[in-house]
Write a protein that binds this ligand. Structure first.
Ligand code: ZN
Length: 132
């Protein structure tokens, strides 16, 4: 389970809508499964079906989180045209099994869907999101 403040939840959806039709990506940091900060990153792939976080930006976010004594709780990205479920690429490119993968789907334009998962080498576990 991961707890996300409503304002951050809303901001992730807006980030996805802003970057559509390309996938967006970002990092959520916090403590004890409770998100406190959201960091928008650039999708270096500039693609509508995959994303790649910039290593420099990622490093900057890691430094900032360390300064604030928070840890990376989730990596989020959007699916502009498909359902909120990890793609084969998402599973292959998932390097943090302990961190939640959040997917924002804009498939239903009027009602974006946000889902969380834990992705281990070859298994996908749905995770509950609690809005706070
Ligand atoms: Zn994906």
């Amino acid at each position: 389970m991961i707890r996300i403040p409503k304002s951050i939840y809303q901001r992730m959806i807006e980030h996805a809508q802003k970057d559509a039709p390309l996938e967006c990506c970002g990092i959520l940091g916090g403590k004890e499964k409770t998100v406190e900060r959201a960091f928008e990153l650039q999708n270096m792939e500039g693609s509508s079906i995959r994303y790649l976080m910039s290593p420099q930006e990622q490093l900057r976010v890691f430094e900032e989180m360390e300064k604030e004594s928070i840890e990376m709780l989730a990596i989020y990205h959007s699916h502009p045209h498909t359902i909120p479920f990890p793609s084969e690429t998402d599973v292959r490119m998932s390097f943090y099994p302990e961190v939640s993968s959040i997917i924002i789907s804009l498939k239903e334009e009027k009602s974006p869907a946000v889902k969380a998962f834990k992705i281990d080498e070859d298994a996908i576990y749905p995770e509950e999101i609690e809005l706070i």
